[in-house]
Design a protein around this ligand. Structure first.
Ligand SMILES: N[C@@H](CCC(=O)N[C@@H](CS)C(=O)NCC(=O)O)C(=O)O
Length: 209
């Protein structure tokens, strides 16, 4: 079995779906968590392929970009979709998530850079909330049509994992209220009921992001 090392900050963020795929498949990996502000990131940044994390190292071969990492792992472990069409849909949902995060990150960045409260409120109401609402509308539409309760086909794919983990982070930051979104909440319950995921979710570090 290859030696896997996943490097990211001490957060769920862009790395958590990969961690979940490892736990789901029962495949050991090194969960290498960097601490913000202690210089550990600055020391390795220039050695990473694109100057960002997550990076998955497979026997020393580095793979950047979270979507590429999870697609790679999902293909290896059997969670990428059962047909090329299902795989295309799983990719499409992850791409939709990335579009949403592109808009949502404007809010996170405004908060982190200490912008005035009115400016943050404006980005929230004009950018982040509309992006979240149209993203949720798409997800709800897919779940309405789903016979399995999963987003793609009749089984769990990495798209479900990406969506569900992001819900947890949105919830922790007051952007998702489970009782207002029964279909999305049911998806999260379904994914978190998978035994290997349930155990990891119950014991993983409880971070804000
Ligand atoms: N599109 C990238 C985004 C990765 C990203 O934004 N990484 C941030 C942490 S969440 C990072 O490496 N920040 C440190 C830096 O850019 O110096 C992905 O999905 O992997």
């Amino acid at each position: 079995m290859p030696l896997y090392k996943l490097t990211y900050f001490d957060a769920r963020g862009y790395a958590e779906p990969a961690r979940i795929l490892f736990h789901l498949a029962g495949v050991p990996f090194e969960d290498n968590r960097l601490t913000h502000g202690d210089g550990s990131w600055e020391k390795i940044k220039d050695k990473t392929p694109f100057g960002q994390v997550p990076v998955l190292s497979v026997d020393g071969f580095d793979i950047p970009q979270s979507a590429a990492i999870i697609r790679y792992l999902a293909n290896k472990f059997g969670y990428a979709g059962k047909t090329p069409e299902e795989q295309a849909w799983a990719d499409a949902i992850v791409d939709q998530f990335k579009d949403f995060m592109g808009a949502f990150r404007q809010l996170i960045m405004a908060q982190r850079s200490g912008k005035p409260a009115e400016e943050i409120a404006k980005i929230s109401s004009e950018v982040a909330i509309p992006a979240r609402d149209s993203y949720f509308k798409i997800l709800n539409g897919l779940l309405e049509k789903s016979k399995s309760g999963f987003l793609v086909g009749d089984g769990l794919t990495f798209a479900d994992i990406v969506v569900v983990e992001n819900l947890t982070t949105l919830e922790k930051n007051q952007f998702f209220t489970a009782s207002e979104h029964p279909k999305l909440s049911a998806l999260r319950e379904k994914v978190h009921a998978v035994p290997a995921i349930k155990t990891w979710v119950a014991t993983r570090p409880d971070t804000q992001f």
